[in-house]
Design a protein around this ligand. Structure first.
Ligand code: 3NM
Length: 210
């Protein structure tokens, strides 16, 4: 998959009254290089319509587009990949369906990270680093010590997620993360582009001082 640094996930509850497509376009203009559609509540046809719109947007800007959970919708709109949780279809079976598309897996412990790597995941999510209100039935925060473990041991790309804000991202980068994912801090920001640029400045400085 293409290298990436800043990964934004949709979260419409954080920008009431503002169209999702406009919010995600701001995120792309701010430098996000992966956009994920995550919508566990809307009827499937609505999710499909959102996926079509985001596919068009991401193609226009040349950024990667991932669909959370819905493999059929990802295929229908020719998304670049899918993101799956620990309770979704096992990776080997998902791989049979999506072929060479990107598969990302959420992991919350080093055993899950190892398993995802063995099974051929293209990247893993590592989190939640901090408490988050954006995910229901989320596990307890894994803290930056899990980031350190993954950075030391796992060869495939990993992205840190969960409660990451501009004010605490330095801790995550200090633990070895070089890719950051956020929902509320990005899509809920009054200045989405500025927030994204600040995240990227921090990621780039961390990468420049090993
Ligand atoms: N997955 P926010 S945490 C979607 O740990 C999601 O796998 C997580 O939202 C995981 O940036 C999370 O607003 C929510 O905290 C991230």
């Amino acid at each position: 998959m293409k290298p990436f640094k800043l990964y934004a996930i949709t979260g419409e509850e954080f920008h009431p009254g503002k169209p999702m497509i406009e919010v995600m376009e701001e995120a792309i203009k701010g430098g996000c290089d992966i956009i994920q559609l995550r919508d566990k509540k809307s009827p499937r046809r609505e999710v499909l319509a959102k996926a079509k719109a985001l596919r068009e947007l991401t193609l226009r800007y040349g950024v990667t587009f991932i669909v959370n959970d819905y493999i059929d919708i990802a295929l229908a709109v020719d998304a670049d990949g899918i993101h799956l949780g620990q309770d979704d279809l096992p990776l080997a079976d998902a791989r049979k369906i999506v072929g060479g598309k990107i598969i990302g897996i959420s992991t919350h412990a080093i055993e899950e990270a190892r398993q995802a790597e063995r099974d051929g995941a293209d990247y893993i999510g590592v989190g939640p680093i901090f408490p988050t209100k954006s995910k229901e039935d989320v596990v307890a925060p894994v803290t930056t010590s899990y980031v350190r473990q993954v950075a030391a041991e796992i060869a495939i790309p990993f992205v840190a997620i969960g409660g990451i804000k501009l004010h605490n991202v330095d801790q995550v980068l200090g633990a070895g993360a070089r890719r950051i994912c956020a929902i509320s801090e990005i899509v809920g920001s009054p200045d989405i582009q500025g927030t994204c640029r600040s995240f990227l400045d921090k990621i780039n400085s961390a990468a420049a001082s090993p």
